[in-house]
Structures are given as structure tokens and as C-alpha cells.
Design a protein around this ligand. Structure first.
Ligand SMILES: NC(=O)c1ccc[n+]([C@@H]2O[C@H](COP(=O)([O-])OP(=O)(O)OC[C@H]3O[C@@H](n4cnc5c(N)ncnc54)[C@H](O)[C@@H]3O)[C@@H](O)[C@H]2O)c1
Length: 459
């Protein structure tokens, strides 16, 4: 079946960019992205493209190209569902914060709400595509809800997990390593494959059973995060042995069996996915009584928490064991460069720890607005909103953020940080002026020569 109308429920970091690319590559398909969050939909519809709710290089250009032609953003969810032959579910699946599985299991309430909504309003046969990352065997629950609460029409469930990385989402969508489609109905799989075929070669479209597809996404994220934790574990050993983690990473990365990617030591991984997906994997394994499997993967998270903690511990220790009343400038708040996403960013946890030690924090990030920084800290509930406001300043310029600071902590690897006038920064800081490079992006020799006391990871 050739699809003419697509609806995507969830206008987030995945739904927005993914559907924008699908619309651009399939001008004959009408794509409608719907969301319950009206503010977000309004931002997607803003005529000023710099106000789009999500920052990704190349995204604004595609929106400009497609919006109002065959790409639409709307809060009219029911109407968009019933009009479409294919419905993507791309809502958030965060870690549960209550009840059974709290702190580990994926919270599937938004997925269930979508399934119930689709069942309620659909009057013609639908292909329902799981785009969200879901625990293995979720399709069973989705199918049961659709079949038991629907209007007697046929639903085909497909799993089509998204492998894009934030910061390079558009590039990843335009040139995916592979597109994965899991399902039972050959016909439904073909319909979705046809949408991707507009730009993805057939041999890169992988067809599997639905459970393999669901589990592959969790597994991919677990493997990626595991590499980060592996190199971070070695970074601590390097600091005790005078080995240099960047040199070690280069040496092992040239081994074709290992490969060079995801071997950059850092203050720890963040983002909405890695931690949540590993926790979900751990929870599933425990549910099947596979305790060794669960323990194995849980260690990736334990290592990541340790890396964030030891970064701030080292900063405090180096500043003569106290940061009380000292101004510490955090450069970067996003969890990685080229995105405005701050979910699970290491910066949040480092700032929280330093605030517990009574530091005065200043923050500069090129893409993260002030309210987001406060919202992230307030969400932790460690102290009152008022205290966060008093002790954290969010600046519009990096030079204001570092003015009078005792130390700088580089939290995000934004390219622009490398090109600052570091001499001027040095002159504006208290002495000795410390830099803690959580991303190993600065030129150590140059920075030391200016007079900074420079600390990087694993060196
Ligand atoms: N962010 C990533 O890099 C990434 C990559 C691959 C996969 N994923 C997965 O994709 C899914 C979505 O992630 P995201 O980062 O886009 O999340 P997000 O929070 O940015 O977006 C989800 C959107 O869904 C909306 N929503 C929730 N329930 C709804 C409902 N019942 N009806 C309509 N809208 C509803 C929310 O308002 C929100 O705007 C998650 O499962 C995630 O694990 C994310």
C-alpha cells in the first residue's frame, strides 16, 4: 500500500527532525506532527525559524522548505490520526519515577495513552509504527490495546526504532547506517520501507521480527554507552599511572576490531537515552531473573555516575578543599555540542554537587536559555528555587560568566570554546586561575603557557 498521509504523535527531538526529513524526501505524502504540548506546537509553527523548539544543524532549512507544503504541526490529534494510513508513535518513554520499577523501568503511560487514543478515533485500517524506544515485547501490549478497544478495524504494528544522534540528527537521518523495521505483516513492512526508499537504498533497510527490532535499539544504546564508560574507567587509571587516555584511545582505536568512535574520555555521558535505556534493559533482565546480565549492564551506569562525581570532587580538592563562596564558571550546559537538549547533562549534576559545597555558579551555554538551567536544577529538588536563583547566574556571554571566577569547568564540547581569547579570560579570573576540561578540548600547552592551572580527564 502506498501511504498518502502520515501522522506522528510527539513533536520532540525524534518526531520533529525525523518527520521533517520524511516530508522533504516524500513531497507527495502529507505529514502531520501532533502533540499535546501546545507551546511546543506553536514554537514549531513560529515564522521566526530561530525560535523552533529544537536546535539541530540543518533542521531549520528543512522546516523552511516543507512547512505548510506537506509538513504540518498541530494539536488536532484525533483528526490527524483518522486521516492517516500510517501513524508513528514518537512520544517520550522516560524512566519511571513512581511505583513498581521506579528509577529503572521505562514509563509506558504515554505510549498506552497514544494506543488508546488511536483505537478510539480510528475508523479505517492503520499501520501503527513504534518510533519511540521501547522495552522488548511492548508491541504485544500496544496490539492488545488496539484490538480490544478499537472499532473492529485492522491494526498492523511495526517497530522502527530511531538511531539518530542529537547534534547530528539531520545528517544521520539523511545518511542512516541502516533503517530497521520489525513486524509481522510483510505488506505493512513494505509500506514503511517504501517511505524510506525515497532516499535510503533497499539494502540498508533491515527487516527483522518485531522483538529483535525492539531489543536492537536498547542494545545499540547499551553498547554505545558501554564504550564511553569503558574509556572513562581507563581515564581514571591513566591519572594514576601517567598514561594519557587520549593516546591510549588513539592506539586502541586504530585496531580495526575496536574502531575509533566513542572512545573520547569525558566527564560522563548525558542525554535522555543512554541511562534510561540501560536502566530499562537492566529492569527487563531482572524481570527474567537474569541477574548476571542485569549486573553487567548496570555497571555502565555506576561507572558514569562515578565519573561525574569524581570530576567535581577533583575540582573541590584542587581548589584547596573548599569552593564555599567561590565563583565557578560552567562553560556549556547542553549534554553535548550542537543541541539545546540538557536532559541528564553532566553539567546539572556537577553544578548540584558544587552548590552543595556552597559554590557560586555561573553558566554560559550558546544554545540553552536561562529558564532551562534553573528548571533542570529545580527538578532535582536539592534546594529551594530561591536558593538556586541566588547561587546560580546564567550569562549571555562567556566573558561575563568567567569574570572574577576562581575556576572554569568545561562541560560541553562546543567548538566555539576552543576559539575564545583565553588570555583575556585568564586576565579576568582570580589567581591561580584553574581550568577543568571535562571534554579534553583545549590545547594543554597553550593554556598552561598562558598561566592557567589546567586539569583534563585521564591525563
Ligand atoms: N532524543 C533522542 O536522541 C532519541 C533518539 C532515538 C530514540 N529516542 C526515543 O524517541 C522517543 C521520543 O524521544 P524525544 O527525545 O523525541 O522525546 P521528547 O520529550 O523530546 O518528545 C516527546 C513528545 O511527545 C509528546 N507527547 C507525550 N505524550 C503524548 C500524547 N499522549 N499525545 C501527543 N503527544 C504526546 C510530548 O509532549 C513531547 O513533546 C523516546 O522513546 C526516546 O527514547 C530518542
Amino acid at each position: 500500500m502506498k501511504v498518502k498521509n502520515i501522522c506522528c504523535i510527539g513533536a520532540g527531538y525524534v518526531g520533529g527532525p525525523t518527520m521533517a526529513v520524511i516530508a522533504q524526501k516524500n513531497p507527495e505524502i502529507k505529514v502531520t506532527i501532533v502533540d499535546i504540548n501546545e507551546e511546543r506546537i506553536n514554537a514549531w509553527n513560529d515564522s521566526d525559524l530561530s525560535k523552533l523548539p529544537i536546535y539541530e544543524p540543518g533542521l531549520a532549512e528543512i522546516i523552511k522548505d516543507t512547512r505548510g507544503k506537506n509538513l504540518f504541526f498541530s494539536t488536532e490529534i484525533d483528526e490527524a490520526i483518522d486521516r492517516s494510513e500510517m501513524i508513528f508513535i514518537s512520544v517520550n518513554t522516560p524512566t519511571k519515577t513512581y511505583g513498581k520499577g521506579k528509577g529503572q523501568a521505562a514509563d509506558l503511560k504515554y505510549i498506552e495513552l497514544c494506543a488508546r487514543n488511536i483505537a478510539k478515533v480510528a475508523t479505517t485500517d492503520k499501520i501503527v509504527v513504534e518510533k519511540s524506544t521501547l522495552p522488548v515485547r511492548t508491541a504485544e501490549a500496544v496490539k492488545s490495546i488496539l484490538d480490544n478497544t478499537g472499532n473492529g478495524i485492522n491494526f498492523h504494528i511495526l517497530s522502527n526504532p530511531e538511531f539518530l544522534a542529537e547534534g547530528t540528527a539531520i545528517e544521520d537521518l539523511l545518511n542512516p547506517d541502516r533503517v530497521l523495521i520489525g513486524g509481522e505483516s510483510e505488506e505493512a513492512i513494505d509500506s514503511l520501507a517504501m517511505v524510506y526508499n525515497s532516499w535510503v537504498p533497499e539494502d540498508q533497510i533491515l527487516r527483522t521480527n518485531i522483538w529483535s527490532s525492539e531489543l536492537s535499539k536498547l542494545t545499540a544504546n547499551a553498547f554505545l554507552a558501554q564504550r564511553v564508560s569503558s574509556i572513562n574507567a581507563i581515564s581514571e587509571l591513566c591519572e594514576h599511572t601517567e598514561a594519557n587516555v587520549d593516546e591510549v584511545a588513539r592506539a586502541i582505536g586504530m585496531d580495526s576490531r575496536i574502531g575509533p568512535k566513542f572512545l573520547k574520555a569525558s566527564v560522563g555521558f548525558g542525554g535522555s537515552c543512554f541511562q534510561k535505556d540501560i536502566l530499562s534493559l537492566v529492569y527487563i533482565a531482572r524481570n527474567y531473573n537474569l541477574n548476571e546480565v542485569a549486573d553487567y549492564w548496570e555497571q555502565v551506569i555506576i561507572m558514569n555516575d562515578h565519573q561525574k562525581r569524581r570530576f567535581s570532587d577533583n575540582l573541590i580538592k584542587t581548589l584547596y578543599n573548599t569552593v564555599s563562596g567561590k565563583k565557578i564558571a560552567l562553560l556549556g550546559w547542553a549534554f553535548k555540542k550542537d543541541t539545546n537538549d540538557t536532559r541528564e547533562s553532566a553539567a546539572i549534576y556537577v553544578a548540584d554537587h558544587l552548590l552543595n559545597e556552597q559554590a557560586q555558579i555561573s553558566v554560559y551555554d550558546p544554545k540553552v536559555p536561562k529558564q532551562k538551567v534553573y528548571a533542570d536544577l529545580n527538578y532535582l529538588n536539592t534546594r529551594s528555587e530561591k536558593e538556586n536563583e541566588t547561587n546560580v547566574a546564567v550569562e549571555n556571554s562567556p566573558y561575563d560568566a568567567i569574570d572574577g571566577a576562581h575556576a572554569i569547568a568545561i562541560m560541553t564540547e562546543w567548538d566555539e570554546f576552543r576559539n575564545y581569547d583565553w588570555e583575556e579570560i585568564y586576565n579576568k579570573m582570580k589567581k591561580p586561575a584553574f581550568v577543568f576540561d571535562g571534554r579534553n578540548i583545549l590545547d594543554k600547552n597553550k593554556i598552561n603557557k598562558i598561566g592557567f592551572k589546567y586539569y583534563s580527564i585521564g591525563q
